[in-house]
Design a protein around this ligand. Structure first.
Ligand code: C2O
Length: 558
């Protein structure tokens, strides 16, 4: 029989025995609805997917095609991003509003259609418009291909732990108020673990999440930082954790007391319930901030409970959260991260570099006559505060619509100064919708340089459409003569969101093998709002396999 004749037979086999085929199509329906929810002893309506907070976990296997029909039943414009999914040639399904699509308007729907290629591990999805991701988010679990084991002993069970931030008031009101005043928004009122903060002051009825374990068994925790504005420490009293994967890329396993996780990042860690006497142990989630910036200081707590111990009468062994500004604890964790770089999972670090870029990451101050101080806080990359367009950049790119963006984003700061030295006199930023253009398959080295404009601060920078390798990291100003000599080009950690250290820099490398328009921004939502964002436009290569697919027919209109 010819190949074509086999197709119906294979399709029939796939329908009758779905477990017998390597990959499959998975359908999900996300109804975005308001839901009354009680946390911190008060009730408020929040935007949710299917009434759940956190939202439903999306499960797929490597190579599966995922179709998610998102129906917008709320009063806000909406879009959903599949954070960390590479979206090879399917930028239309990436989700950032006005970057790859116009938002889904109230009453409308859109089917996100993408294939999971070359990835397995934990990622997540979230709303990518306004501040809706505060409550509109959930896990993505990508299982290895059928029959392919993990490169570590199979855990007894797997547990998703989504970390978040909770405001007592309406989150959209919080950001609108901040934008009106020109000042920073109110910090959150609690940190949540799978939606629950644990007991908090003045609300003793508030319960926490409980993870029940069996003595002697190993659990894989799939930890996601879905918080809006805070990097977090994560630890469990009396237990060490073995990190095996970050951002859906395997790492060399290492043991740690404390995990550091920035908004946007995910971490898989093995927890062995190795305490013979059992008991109850606190799981603590607390903020990491090593700059003079206000954070929500309430530690979120959950309980790891051994099934052999009585849940109500056993006292909980407390965990001591690291100091908020414990930079050494954070560095110790970050410096331990290495790609697994095995034969099966090699680290394909680009050696020859086509584009060598230096981007400064700053806060700034712009005049604002209606604001409280006559000025407003801004944020920028290479001094450009990104202005969101009115139609999506990907549409403008694909259909050649002129006047939407320019491709003159500066590859180096236009104004060179001692970035991490004394504060420059001029804190003003310029505004523009500027993109940086890359030819297909070109290689990029990007040094992300924090600055002392207003204050140095740790920024988790997220790149859509790619994974990158973090080849170096340091304090002060990046030195192009000395620092590259220390780059790790062998087994640097591979990820999609990198923490640029306060008053320092991080160097990443990636290959532009995905045609389309790809957003890059700080995953601290307030910084994105203030303009700390830009996008790369990657041209098509040769032939259909290196070209962006045409847009789906139901792509929302602006
Ligand atoms: Cu997780 Cu552009 O975001």
């Amino acid at each position: 029989m010819k190949v074509v004749q086999w197709i119906p037979v294979l399709m029939l086999v796939a329908c009758l025995f779905p477990w017998s085929v390597e990959s499959m199509v998975r359908h999900y329906k996300f109804n975005v609805v308001m839901k009354n929810t009680t946390r911190l002893c008060s009730t408020k309506p929040i935007v949710t997917v299917n009434g759940q907070f956190p939202g439903p976990t999306l499960i797929a296997r490597e190579d599966d095609t995922v179709l998610v029909k998102v129906v917008n039943h709320v009063k806000y414009n909406l879009s959903i991003h599949w954070h960390g999914i590479r979206q090879l040639r399917t930028g239309w399904a990436d989700g950032p509003a006005y970057i790859t699509q116009c938002p889904i308007q109230p009453g409308q729907s859109y089917v996100y259609n993408f294939t999971v290629t070359g990835q397995r591990g934990t990622l997540w999805w979230h709303a990518h418009i306004l501040w809706l991701r505060a409550t509109v988010h959930g896990a993505i679990v990508i299982l290895p291909k059928l029959g392919v084991p993990y490169p570590f002993p199979k855990p007894h069970k797997e547990v998703v732990l989504v970390l978040g931030e909770w405001w007592k008031s309406d989150v959209e009101a919080v950001i609108n108020e901040a934008l009106k005043s020109g000042l920073a928004p109110n910090v959150s009122d609690a940190h949540t673990i799978n939606g629950y903060p644990g007991p908090v002051p003045r609300c003793s009825s508030q319960r926490g999440y409980t993870l029940t374990v069996e003595s002697g068994k190993t659990y894989m925790l799939r930890i996601i930082n879905a918080a809006l504005n805070e990097e977090l420490f994560f630890k469990i009293a009396g237990h060490k954790l073995t990190v095996v994967e970050v951002d859906a890329a395997y790492t060399k396993p290492f043991k740690t007391n404390t995990i550091v996780i920035a908004p946007g990042q995910s971490t898989n860690a093995l927890l062995t319930a190795d305490i013979a006497n059992g008991g109850k142990y606190m799981l603590a989630v607390s903020p990491f901030m090593d700059a003079p910036i206000a954070v929500d200081n309430v530690t979120g707590t959950a309980t790891v409970h051994y099934s052999s111990s009585n849940l109500s009468s056993t006292p909980t062994i407390l965990a001591s959260a690291p100091a908020t500004n414990a930079t050494p604890v954070a560095d110790n964790f970050t410096d331990s991260l290495r790609s697994l770089n095995s034969k099966k999972y090699p680290a394909k670090v680009p050696f020859k570099i086509d584009h060598s870029l230096l981007f400064t990451i700053s806060l700034g101050i712009n005049p604002c006559s209606t604001c409280i101080n006559g000025s407003r806080v801004a944020a920028d990359i290479n001094n450009v505060s990104f202005v969101m367009p009115k139609v999506s950049l990907l549409q403008a790119h694909f259909f050649n619509i002129s006047g939407v963006f320019t491709d003159d984003f500066p590859g180096k700061p236009l104004n060179q100064y001692n970035y991490t030295g004394i504060q420059p006199a001029n804190l003003q930023t310029m505004r523009g919708t500027k993109l940086y253009r890359l030819t297909y398959n070109s290689t990029v080295e990007l040094v992300l340089q924090d600055t002392g404009m207003i204050t140095p601060e740790n920024h988790p920078i997220h790149l859509h459409g790619f994974n990158f390798f973090v080849v170096g990291r340091g304090l002060g100003n990046f030195n192009p003569q000395k620092d590259p000599k220390k780059f790790n080009l062998v087994d640097p950690v591979e990820r999609n969101t990198v923490g640029v250290p306060s008053g320092g820099w991080a160097a990443i490398r990636f290959r532009a093998d995905n045609p389309g328009v790809w957003f890059m921004h700080c995953h601290l939502e307030i910084h994105t709002t203030w303009g700390l964002k830009m996008a790369f436009v990657v041209d098509n290569g040769k032939g259909p396999n290196e070209s962006l697919l045409p847009p789906p027919s139901d792509l929302p209109k602006c």
